[in-house]
Write a protein that binds this ligand. Structure first.
Ligand code: PRP
Ligand code: MN
Ligand code: MG
Length: 185
């Protein structure tokens, strides 16, 4: 539907679904139901994590609550500016809660390391991260993650929530973007 903008399918819909099942089992084991901190609080990082957040929540066999935070560091560029802006903050206080940040991708790691610092200062009982994708070769800062779905090569990827200039989020799979789209060769 985007013509030949997508150079290749990196991770198919089926592979994503299978991985989310695995991650859901691991998360449910880590947070047994009936904890004194109350239900696990999933914090989805908008907009990229929309599909991962909703698919993961549906597959988790434990009660969870959902909050969203919107942060942006990329704008319409293909590399992170390192300056993270809160476009939408959490609605609720997270003090004393078990918080699991749900993110689509760790690229430079700047967004998450900023977010971890920010949320930690709000005194949650625990704070962990689950990310569907990570680019080990692009990391510019160390980020501790509980679960990583897939480590991927350092290429610009789109789909399943990930955008380039707000496009391609609606693809059901993760694909690599043809460099001609962003002015590469
Ligand atoms: C993207 C992606 C991650 C972040 C990862 O978000 O969804 O949140 O960048 O990059 P980093 O590890 O280099 O910081 P973006 O800022 O593009 O906002 P979006 O989720 O609304 O697309
Ligand atoms: Mn994002
Ligand atoms: Mg983006």
């Amino acid at each position: 539907m985007y013509g030949d903008d997508i150079a290749s399918v990196l991770i198919s819909e089926d592979q994503i679904a299978e991985k989310i099942d695995e991650i859901a089992d691991l998360v449910a084991k880590r947070y047994p139901a009936g904890a004194p901190e109350g239900d696990l609080l999933l914090v989805g990082v908008l907009k990229g994590a929309i599909f991962f957040m909703t698919d993961l929540a549906k597959r988790l066999q434990i009660p969870t609550q959902m909050e969203f935070m919107a942060v942006s560091s990329y704008g319409s560029s293909t590399s992170s500016s390192g300056v993270v802006r809160i476009m939408k903050d959490l609605d609720k206080d997270i003090a004393g809660r078990n918080v699991l940040i749900v993110e689509d991708i760790i690229d430079s790691g700047l967004t998450l390391s900023w977010l971890l610092r920010n949320l930690k200062s709000r005194n949650p009982a625990s704070l962990e991260v689950v990310t569907l994708l990570r680019k080990p070769d692009a990391l510019r800062t160390q980020v501790d993650v509980m679960h990583v779905g897939f480590d991927i090569p350092n290429e610009f990827v789109v789909g399943y929530g990930l955008d380039y200039a707000e496009r391609y989020r609606d693809l059901p799979y993760i694909g690599t973007l043809d460099p001609k789209v962003y002015g590469g060769k």
